[in-house]
Design a protein around this ligand. Structure first.
Ligand SMILES: [Zn+2]
Length: 364
């Protein structure tokens, strides 16, 4: 075993950045596509592979330098490095430009879930089977703005089987700063930065919609905070906050769930589906993933402030750390550490979703 692990550790740096995706039209068996390249965390799939998975066809036009897709509404055209899809003389903006990678024109998961779904007139299911390799640093914020603007306009479609959508509530905003560190750094800013990064990561890896209660520095009413969490397709609700205390040595992440979800203290190894609330399961997966990423966790606690919202919706409030701890404060402001904590939260969500999927498969 030790030899195997050593060998694995030795081999990983030489593996190409490849992964696989499953693609299907709603109600049909998925097609696995292995020839997938990740760039900055975004999967790029050869357009021919994506088309055949959803029952469309197309060809490369070497003279016009475009790829033509045959649809019921006529020919659709995309071009490498062009940010538009052309369909009957109309141009539709793309989230990411198609790219030639390794000799094939490739499109992203967004293109498949949105543009291809529209061209087929049917919902498309896409699951990214990326083996949790850490992606490169996040893209610039202008891309993020575009991304959220796009999300707002997007019509809900049936998506992957793991979870349908995630609601994230970055605590505070506007005049309500939350905790303010001695340096002036404000909790509302940290909450939003982590929320945006986490939203992007879940969206890219799981291909599901993410609803943020706020995407800027403004105040929300209690009703507005609940609005995103009460959408029908939301399967997970995460609330992001940070803490402060008079004891500057206290640090670490704390997780809060509704008091009725805590139940009796059950050893982590003995968690058996029915006995433990889904909120507790989600919190436990988050704790596990955070600890695996060497982030210190204080524990899971009850919070009566969390009694609002859909009662059975898996809900966890994550207190990201203590702004009163000088080193943790610096860490929390560091984009690299932020990516690290986001990766851990994502991994916990993914594992929770995977277990739930297995469970529901067992029942059906
Ligand atoms: Zn707070």
């Amino acid at each position: 075993m030790r030899f195997f692990l050593l060998l694995l550790g030795f081999m990983i740096p030489f593996q190409p950045a490849q992964a696989a995706v499953d693609i299907a039209l709603r109600g049909q068996d998925p097609v696995r596509i292995e020839d997938v390249y990740h760039q900055k965390g975004i999967p790029y799939i050869a357009v021919e592979d994506a088309l055949s998975a959803v029952g469309l066809s197309g060809h490369w036009n070497a003279i016009q330098h475009t790829f033509r897709i045959k649809t019921k509404r006529g020919w659709a055209e995309i071009s490498p490095a062009s940010g538009y899809l052309k369909l009957s003389d109309e141009y539709y903006p793309l989230d990411e430009k198609p790219r030639f990678i390794d000799g094939r024109l490739r499109v992203t998961d967004n293109f498949i879930l949105n543009q291809l779904a529209q061209l087929t007139g049917r919902s498309i299911y896409l699951r990214n089977l990326d083996p949790e390799t850490e992606s490169s640093p996040e893209q610039e914020s202008s891309g993020l703005e575009k991304f959220f603007a796009f999300l707002l306009n997007k019509k809900m479609t049936e998506t992957g089987p793991l979870i349908r959508a995630v609601a994230i509530d970055p605590g505070h905003g506007g005049l309500d700063s939350g905790v303010i560190a001695a340096s002036g750094y404000k909790e509302k800013q940290l909450n939003l930065e982590i929320a945006e990064k986490l939203a992007k990561k879940i969206k890219m890896r799981l291909g599901v919609p993410i609803y943020l209660s706020r995407d800027g520095d403004y105040e929300l009413s209690a009703e507005q905070r609940l609005e995103t969490a009460s959408r029908e397709d939301v399967d997970i609700w995460l609330l992001l906050h940070a803490q402060a205390t008079f004891s500057p040595e206290i640090e670490g992440v704390s997780l809060f769930i509704r008091p009725e979800d805590i139940g009796q203290k059950i050893p982590e190894e003995e968690v058996a589906g029915q006995l433990v609330s889904e909120s507790l399961q989600l919190a436990q997966e988050l704790v596990k993933a955070l600890r695996e990423n060497e982030i210190s966790v204080r524990g899971i606690y009850p919070s009566s402030r969390l009694s609002l919202g859909r009662g059975n919706l898996p809900t966890v409030q994550v207190e990201l750390g203590y702004l009163s701890h000088p080193e943790e404060l610096l860490r929390l402001q560091n984009p690299e550490y932020q990516n690290h904590i986001v990766q851990a939260l994502y991994a916990g969500i993914r594992r929770f979703a995977t277990h739930n999927k297995e469970k529901s498969n067992g029942v059906n």
